[in-house]
Write a protein that binds this ligand. Structure first.
Ligand SMILES: [Zn+2]
Length: 375
């Protein structure tokens, strides 16, 4: 069995339910220390973070990832125990197999292969590893980036090991993410008996024209990197549960996934404008989850495309779809960031699994990216 697979299994045996690390980083730190990395623990609150670096010069190429995993769900629904990695038909089954302990193992063996062949490489290789990604993500990557920035330590290129592949290994990488913003709207009315319309002010009726206008709005047309901005309502609540009472308020939660064509300020003013036309008695609270970011075509996209063509024979689709990742905390510091990892079909699910062959290909791809950037 290859080192990548052995390391994957060793990591999968550790019960690192978010935000626990359960010894995964110690294993990684030992491995890296033996290969000339300087090990530094950057702990914030009760979160453990690893910053490991080999070399002191620029450019700095960093692998980023997380050791924590999401809860298993009902154990009885798993075919094999989620923390006893099981190899069956070329797949390893365990919680965290695809998201993302397989990637962590592939990063380690990629470095091993690269360093063995090019001991005196230029620049630096680094690892930024946290156990606070699947949870609140407040004491992990975001804090490490602040600390590095505070002492003037810069990352130039970063690969995040999130499972980016869609149908076959390497068919897709993520070069950015849309922004995400939530709105919490309360429309106020006047409660009363349904039989006396002159004495009530129905907030559900007030919503009708707002709904028509806001769902018909063209927010933008997207651009070369992003699809058009989308608007979705996720919750709507009003009514007392009985038949003869007009409710006094209506609550609505909505979300926009937005491209780099828009800013939160522009979104807020356009939404407010639509509501203002129909209501003068409402509250609207905003929560920004993340700004959009993009790694434009450059050194890193070229290095990744070239590596994947070598390994899979095909260039990847450069995508900005999917949910958020820690890339959002790294990119704002001017770092070129790409997410590249195994197939994401089973992540967070019962019977999560990853292909052994894909992990071997991933390790090889990571190694070739290192060669393309640092040689
Ligand atoms: Zn993940």
């Amino acid at each position: 069995m290859s080192n990548t697979i052995e390391l994957t299994q060793a990591l999968l045996k550790k019960v690192s339910l978010t935000p626990e690390d359960a010894g995964c980083m110690d294993l990684m730190a030992d491995y890296l220390q033996q290969r000339g990395f300087n090990i530094e623990w950057m702990n914030f609150g009760d979160t453990k973070n690893l910053w490991a670096r080999r070399g002191t010069s620029a450019p700095v190429f960093a692998f980023a990832g997380h050791t924590d995993v999401v809860p298993t769900g009902p154990l009885t629904e798993w075919d094999t125990p989620p923390f006893e990695p099981t190899l069956k038909d070329g797949l390893i089954y365990a919680r965290g197999a695809a998201d993302m302990k397989g990637s962590l193992a592939a990063m380690l063996t990629a470095c091993d292969g690269f360093i063995a062949a090019h001991e005196n490489h230029t620049g630096s290789i680094a690892f930024l590893i946290t156990s606070d990604e699947e949870g609140p993500a407040t004491n992990g990557t975001v804090k490490v980036m602040q600390a590095l920035d505070g002492r003037g330590e810069k990352i130039d290129y970063c690969i995040v090991g999130e499972p980016s592949s869609h149908k076959t290994f390497g068919d897709m990488v993520r070069v950015g993410r849309r922004g995400s913003i939530n709105g919490y709207l309360t429309l106020n009315g006047k409660q009363g008996h349904v039989a006396y319309p002159e004495l009530v002010d129905n907030p559900i009726h007030a919503l009708a024209p707002i709904l028509a206008n806001i769902t018909a709005e063209q927010w933008d047309e997207g651009n070369d990197y992003f699809p058009p901005t989308s608007f979705q309502i996720s919750n709507i609540n009003a009514g007392t549960g009985v038949e003869n009472v007009v409710p006094g308020e209506l609550k609505l939660i909505f979300n926009l996934r937005f491209s780099s064509e828009l800013t939160p300020e522009v979104i807020k003013s356009r939404v407010t404008h639509i509501i203002d036309q129909e209501s003068d008695d409402y509250e609207l609270v905003w929560k920004l989850s993340g700004l959009p970011f993009i790694t434009e075509r450059g050194d890193l996209t070229c290095a990744v495309e070239k590596a994947l063509i070598d390994v899979t024979g095909k260039p990847p689709v450069l995508s900005t779809g999917g949910g958020t990742s820690d890339g959002r905390f790294i990119a704002p510091y001017g770092v070129q960031v790409i997410e590249l990892g195994p197939i994401n079909a089973t992540i967070h699910k019962i019977n999560e699994c990853v292909s052994v062959d894909d992990l071997e290909s991933l390790s090889l791809t990571y190694q070739k990216v290192l060669e393309n950037i640092l040689l």
